[in-house]
Design a protein around this ligand. Structure first.
Ligand SMILES: Cc1ncc(COP(=O)(O)O)c(C=O)c1O
Length: 394
């Protein structure tokens, strides 16, 4: 794995903090607005002419708080443009809608976040978009799935729950050879640990509800674009009237400043706990991309500069009562969706039965953990007590 670039830490501190947005304060101002008032008709026309840029024109299109965040994200992702959405899911669905029309074909990674797949099965299929699911690890088969009407390849790396790491540069090359648009869900890595745009990806989406914010108290989504993709994504996002609250945007901007330190701690604690779990009799295997046994580990080593608090472990056995006894009794690990906050979470996996390339056996159960910022000794004690309940209930 490449060393983390220390300059990214400096960038996290300075990004989006232009004087025009901060004035004399350290942080950008929170500017809430629907109506923007103009000095004159000429000013209104001039603002209208420049309204695709960072110009206050109408609240829905953003205020200086939004522009500061967009500037920060573009600097971090080395992107030509960035749109901010009310959730990661709306960023993902808009990025797909932007580049797909009736009769088109989408190549969707099989290990995608479940609501992304729901959108393919639901709205995209209803609108006449054909979808094929590809094995996240098999680029040879991916090439064979390309049709004359294929328009988009969608990636998510590592995959949701099952953690398969994709060969993104290779997939980008395949897309370039066939003139296809590439979209990636980069929520796991954030641009801090893996920057898709310089690698040639067209749209890099992340849920800002996770590490960008870091405190589990907002919903937000971000899509950063290459030069080629930005005009289309901006157009559709504006036409759909999508916008996020400036208070939430400000919260994400504040979270950005500490994201590097948090990620390093999450990563260190998660690696320690994943190692400990690997030695537990109850655990069949651990799916952590830093471990050689994790599918696609070599691409993680090559392309990522670090990890985070998220990984999964696999238990032999499918007794839902025993798993419930284990998880329900956790003291520190809370049971809940999402991740990326300061707190630890445990999630028994569901939704894997939809997958075409599921590497889990029928008789196995996957538990996803998010390792928060608590003491690792407390977390290990919690997991250890959980195994006692699991064994007693089996
Ligand atoms: C990988 C991934 N992508 C996207 C999302 C969606 O983000 P949001 O909850 O902000 O809609 C999630 C949420 O859990 C996720 O895990």
């Amino acid at each position: 794995m490449k060393n983390r670039d220390p300059r990214k830490d400096t960038l996290l501190i300075n990004a989006g903090r232009s004087k025009e947005y901060t004035g004399r304060a350290v942080n950008p101002k929170i500017v809430r607005a629907s109506t923007i008032v103009f000095d004159s008709v000429a000013d209104m026309h001039e603002s209208g002419r420049r309204r695709l840029g960072p110009v206050e024109y109408y609240g829905r299109r953003g205020t200086s708080t939004t522009f500061a965040f967009q500037q920060a994200m573009c600097q971090l992702e080395e992107a030509a443009g960035c749109f901010v959405y009310p959730s990661g899911t709306s960023a993902l669905t808009t990025a797909l809608l932007a580049f797909l029309n009736q009769g088109d074909h989408l190549l969707m990674v099989d290990s995608a976040y479940e609501p992304t797949r729901d959108f393919c099965v639901g709205t995209l299929s209803e609108k006449g978009v054909e979808v094929s699911y590809y094995d996240p690890l098999d680029t040879n088969s991916l090439v064979k799935l390309i049709q004359s009407n294929t328009r988009v390849i969608f990636m998510e790396s590592p995959g949701s729950l099952t953690m398969e790491v994709q060969d993104v540069p290779k997939i980008v090359q395949i897309a370039a050879d066939h003139d296809l648009v590439t979209v990636i869900d980069n929520t796991f890595a954030t641009a801090y640990n893996f920057a898709p745009i310089p690698m040639g990806v067209d749209v890099s989406v992340q849920s800002g509800s996770k590490y960008l914010c870091g405190h589990s108290d907002i919903m937000l989504g971000v899509a950063c674009c290459s030069e080629k993709a930005w005009p289309r994504l901006q157009q559709i996002s504006l036409e759909l009237g999508l916008c996020a609250s400036v208070d939430d945007i400000y919260t994400a901007l504040r979270g950005l400043r500490t994201m590097g330190v948090r990620l390093r701690q999450h990563d260190e604690s998660a690696l320690h706990i994943a190692q400990w779990l690997s030695g537990c009799d109850e655990v069949d295997h651990v799916l952590h991309p830093a471990f050689a046994a994790c599918p696609g580990h070599e691409f993680y080593e090559r392309d990522f500069s670090g990890g985070n608090g998220l990984f999964s472990f696999v238990l032999n056995g499918r007794s839902s009562a025993a798993v419930a006894a284990m998880v329900d009794g956790y003291h520190h690990f809370k049971l809940g969706f999402s991740w990326g906050g300061y707190e630890s979470l445990a999630l028994p996996a569901a939704g894997l039965s939809n997958r075409k390339f599921n590497r889990l056996r029928e008789d196995q159960t996957l538990i996803r953990l998010h390792i928060g910022l608590e003491s690792i000794d407390d977390l290990i004690e919690d997991l250890s007590e959980g195994f006692k309940r699991l064994n007693a209930a089996r």
